[in-house]
Ligand binder design. Structure first.
Ligand code: AMP
Length: 621
């Protein structure tokens, strides 16, 4: 039962598996921990804490093995990346390292992964279709237009591949040689998904999706941001796409021959009628409901809209014409966690059921206030991602003992801890979850937010410290101008696609009245400040910005003196305590942004793109 192969065509069999797993959640968790500990008893890591006994039980494990974060395990992972045996942390050979969007010292975190992990992922993916079939009929009567992409990968000094988890999955034989499933047929040929050039990949996938528009029953991507990027891409390229459909010729800039041939296989002949139809939809003044208009049989939009992606719900509603938005699963580079058993629930009500056979889960209770919107600073409360440092400290102090999966209580907040087969032991994922209920004996969780993250547009996750460091770096450039940065805050502006970070800066002249000086401010220096902030942000931000183009240029908006006092007055009027008031480093409430925006005296953006390259091999040292 722990990793029974699950046939996605067999709805009843698959749902029975879910029932068994959730009914026996406690036993499954016990068995998983037993297996992990038995398998890995001889690893250097576990021996270091548990000695060399041959039977470890849950209590001893919890007593002796510490709860850790990435920096604690980084030395072990680096040793493996540099060629030492997997046995340091995992009995099964580590077959690759997965680059997480979390960063450590500006570099992506590297998560160990084994061949068997791919089977665990496949197991979870295979459940998604049967779950959806319970709520929606006829998904075998057409196709899914899923826009899926791979990202750059590198080899570590030991020859291990280091790459993002989805790149690893799409390149695996589990994905490429997946058995035919009539409920899960994609419009994108695998060759277009596996095309390393994201522009060509996007173009080809959309071309294939448009050609097969009559067959499309669902439209999706992994995260909401990626689907919106695809819509923007159509906005920018529909003439060319239509021209290709009209003539039956694929644009010359599609030079990846494997990808090109795969598209030509679908674009077998010229089709002027289809081109006219698409053209007339794209020419329309408003793009409201464009998804339904271009793909008229679409029943739902399959993208994650929980967590930081919640900011895209209204834009997606607009483009989809109100189709259901379905967040199917909750997963990470460390481990795939769980699925949404109620896929048609509203985005704000989505809960994920952790599958007890994925890993051994524990939960650190966190301050109940944490995540309860009414009790946070009013200026940053409305953001699911926001969490001020002060709160983090409070939470740190109030954390109790980690509890097991079946011990969590409805309405309570927890930080997720995982122990995996591939070498993570009691590892803090950094996600805060709230228990919403139970499916049989397995708890269901609402994703509250990722700890610390204040800004996120795509897969980037910028926390308060990252932001502070970047701003500190940039503000030095103000010195020669005779200005000081007195206050700053930020927000993720997603009103255009791609979204971008906005920083509000209040400046003070060292010499006199700043408002008189501001119009004369040196534009070049301010643009350089924008560039410096971007250059100082982490690896994932810079990749999104320069390679994926999923984030637009960062903008600094200089506000006039006294603006942050007005912001404080507003926050206090909304219930913040005057004594404990701290400037929120990220705002999301429309009123707070309005207060800032109405006092803007200068807007700056750089034309330069921050530097990014797949992180150098020498950095794993
Ligand atoms: P990564 O390690 O880069 O794969 O990112 C994994 C993280 O993305 C998780 O720990 C969550 O913070 C976030 N994430 C993944 N799935 C979801 C989801 N369904 N809803 C909200 N956040 C998610």
């Amino acid at each position: 039962m722990l990793l029974k192969s699950c046939d996605p065509n067999d709805r009843e069999g698959s749902m029975k598996l879910v029932e068994d797993l959730t009914m026996n959640a406690n036993q499954v968790q016990k068995q998983i921990l037993h297996e992990i500990l038995t398998q890995n008893a001889d690893t250097e890591y576990l021996r270091g804490f548990l000695g060399s006994g041959d039977s470890f039980h849950r209590e001893l494990f919890k007593k002796r093995v510490p709860i850790v974060n990435y920096d604690d395990i980084k030395p072990y992972i680096e040793r493996i990346a540099n060629g030492e045996p997997s046995q340091i942390i995992s009995a099964q050979p580590i077959s690759e390292l997965l680059t997480s969007s979390g960063t450590s010292g500006g570099q992506p975190k590297l998560m160990p992964s084994t061949a068997e992990d791919l089977d665990r992922k496949t197991f979870l993916y295979n459940l998604l279709v049967p779950v959806m079939n319970q709520y929606m009929d006829g998904l075998d009567q057409g196709k899914g237009m899923y826009l899926l992409f791979i990202k750059p990968e590198i080899k570590t000094p030991s020859g291990l591949m280091a790459r993002p988890v989805l790149t690893s999955y799409y390149k695996s034989s589990n994905f490429r040689n997946r058995p035919f499933n009539r409920f899960n047929v994609y419009t994108s040929p695998d060759e277009t998904i596996l095309c390393p050039d994201n522009q060509q990949s996007m173009y080809c996938q959309l071309l294939c999706g448009l050609i097969q528009r009559e067959e499309v029953l669902r439209v999706g991507a992994v995260f909401a941001s990626a689907l919106l990027r695809a819509i923007k891409f159509i906005e920018d390229n529909w003439q060319e796409l239509c021209s290709n459909i009209r003539t039956g010729h694929v644009s010359d800039w599609i030079t990846d021959s494997i990808c090109r041939n795969a598209v030509l296989n679908i674009l077998r002949q010229h089709n002027p009628e289809l081109a006219d139809l698409i053209e007339s939809e794209c020419k329309a003044k408003s793009w409201e409901g464009i998804i339904k208009r271009l793909w008229p049989r679409t029943k739902y939009v399959d993208v994650i809209v929980t967590g930081s992606m919640a900011q895209y719900v209204s834009t997606l509603d607009f483009y989809s014409g109100g189709l259901p938005l379905v967040s199917t699963m909750y997963a990470s580079s460390e481990c795939y966690f769980g699925i949404n058993l109620n896929p048609l629930s509203e985005p704000s009500n989505v809960s994920y059921t952790l599958l007890p056979n994925m890993a051994y889960f524990e939960f650190l209770p966190v301050n109940k206030k944490h995540g309860e919107e009414g009790e946070r600073d009013t200026c940053d409360v409305s953001s699911e991602m926001n969490c001020s440092k002060k709160e983090d400290k409070e939470v740190g102090e109030e954390k109790g003992e980690a509890v097991d999966l079946i011990q969590v209580e409805p309405g309570h907040y927890y930080e997720l801890i995982v122990t995996t087969f591939s070498g993570l032991y009691r590892y803090r994922v950094g996600d805060i979850l709230m228990v919403t209920g139970f499916h049989n004996n397995a708890p269901q969780f609402r994703f509250v937010h990722r700890q610390n993250v204040v800004l996120s547009i795509d897969t980037d996750k910028t926390n308060e410290d990252d932001l502070l460091m970047a701003v500190t770096e940039a503000k030095q450039l103000l010195d020669p101008l005779g200005f000081l940065l007195t206050e700053y805050t930020s927000y993720a502006d997603t009103s255009s696609i791609p979204g971008h970070y906005v920083l509000f800066w209040e400046l003070k002249s060292r010499r006199g009245n700043p408002d008189q000086k501001l119009p004369e401010m040196d534009r070049n220096v301010m643009e350089e400040c924008c560039y410096t902030v971007e250059q100082s942000l982490d690896y994932v931000y810079r990749r999104c910005r320069s390679k994926d183009k999923s984030i637009g240029a960062l903008e600094i908006r200089v506000v006039r003196q006294g603006t942050f006092d007005a912001l404080m007055d507003f926050c206090v009027s909304q219930g913040s305590s005057v004594n404990q008031y701290k400037t929120p480093r990220c705002v999301k409430s429309g009123e707070a942004i309005e207060i800032l925006d109405s006092r803007v005296v200068g807007r700056f953006m750089t034309k330069r793109i921050p530097f990014w390259e797949p992180y150098g091999i020498d950095t794993i040292s």
